[in-house]
Design a protein around this ligand. Structure first.
Ligand code: AMP
Length: 277
């Protein structure tokens, strides 16, 4: 496995490797969720590149950029054990040299849901993913359903800017109590970690009600909200239901419904979602 730190070397590697390449963009501190993406990437291409980069432009001032967990040695060992071909691990100077002025914005989609409380977040995500696509030139790229809005925005950007990358979305990997795995779970205190299971429980309530034929999503949303508030100290950022393909409001003929939520446990913001169809 090669660890590449510069854009020029990454480009040289890509030019020398003409086979298919799958890219897995991550911010590191890898867990089983990331590893599931890597395994998917390996099944889709001859070579797998994992990028590890805590992207400053997707954090707003006051967010957790400085304390975001990092452990590059452990990440490299995990990537090596999975048979990854290249870890791309660039510095901030490499990715955003002085004078950087250009951003990629996917309009509308980036201003709703998570974009309401994090107005510059998705601009940072689309910018860094566009840069990674240009640098690595992958045939396919794997993202997690855990970040459902991100996955839809990247799909849109990929279409709109004609990157021609095959976007693969991998299912959410969960802890045994249902909490979606996340590098940020590390921040949770013991009590918050236990309480955080309410998020998945509330999504499971949605699934049960949907499967029993109920379609009053507003009532369901209130029920989920009550479950979270009665059983934890969480502050809910939002609970919403949208068309799973477009994030448009649900209509009577909507086929796949995405229930998404975000909540704070102390200062830690967690997100989760479920698709009902
Ligand atoms: P991150 O390092 O948190 O930016 O995540 C990198 C990629 O891994 C993103 O595409 C995430 O959606 C995906 N991911 C993170 N957590 C999970 C999980 N629990 N299950 C599946 N994919 C995940």
């Amino acid at each position: 496995m090669k660890v590449i730190k510069t854009i020029s070397e990454m480009r040289r590697w890509r030019r020398a490797n003409r086979g298919t390449v799958a890219l897995v963009p991550t911010m590191g501190f890898l867990h089983e969720g990331h590893l599931s993406l890597i395994r998917k990437a390996k099944s889709h291409a001859q070579q797998t590149v994992v990028s590890i980069y805590v992207n400053p432009t997707q954090f707003a001032p006051g967010e957790d950029l400085d304390k975001y967990p990092r452990d590059i040695e452990r990440d490299e060992a995990l990537c090596r054990a999975e048979g990854v071909d290249v870890v791309f691990y660039p510095s901030n100077e490499e990715m955003y040299p002085a004078g950087h002025k250009t951003y990629v914005v996917t309009e509308d989609l980036s201003g709703i849901l998570c974009g309401k409380s994090r107005p510059t977040h998705f601009r940072g995500v689309t910018t860094i993913v566009a840069k990674l696509f240009n640098i690595v030139q992958p045939d396919s790229a794997v993202f997690g359903q855990k970040d459902a809005q991100q996955a839809l925005i990247i799909n849109r950007m990929n279409e709109d800017l004609n990157f021609g990358v095959h976007i693969i979305i991998a299912s959410i990997v969960r802890e045994t109590d249902g909490l979606a795995m996340s590098s940020r779970n590390k921040y949770l205190s013991g009590q918050h970690r236990t309480e955080a299971a309410v998020l998945y429980q509330s999504l499971q309530m949605a699934r049960r009600e949907f499967e029993s034929g109920k379609r009053d999503f507003e009532t369901l949303k209130n029920k989920m909200q009550r479950h979270i508030l009665h059983n934890s100290s969480a502050k809910i950022d939002y609970i919403e239901y949208r068309d799973a393909e477009t994030l448009a409001p649900v209509q009577t003929d909507t086929k796949k419904i995405l229930f998404l939520l975000a909540a704070y446990f102390g200062k830690t913001r967690l997100i989760d979602n479920i698709i009902l169809k």
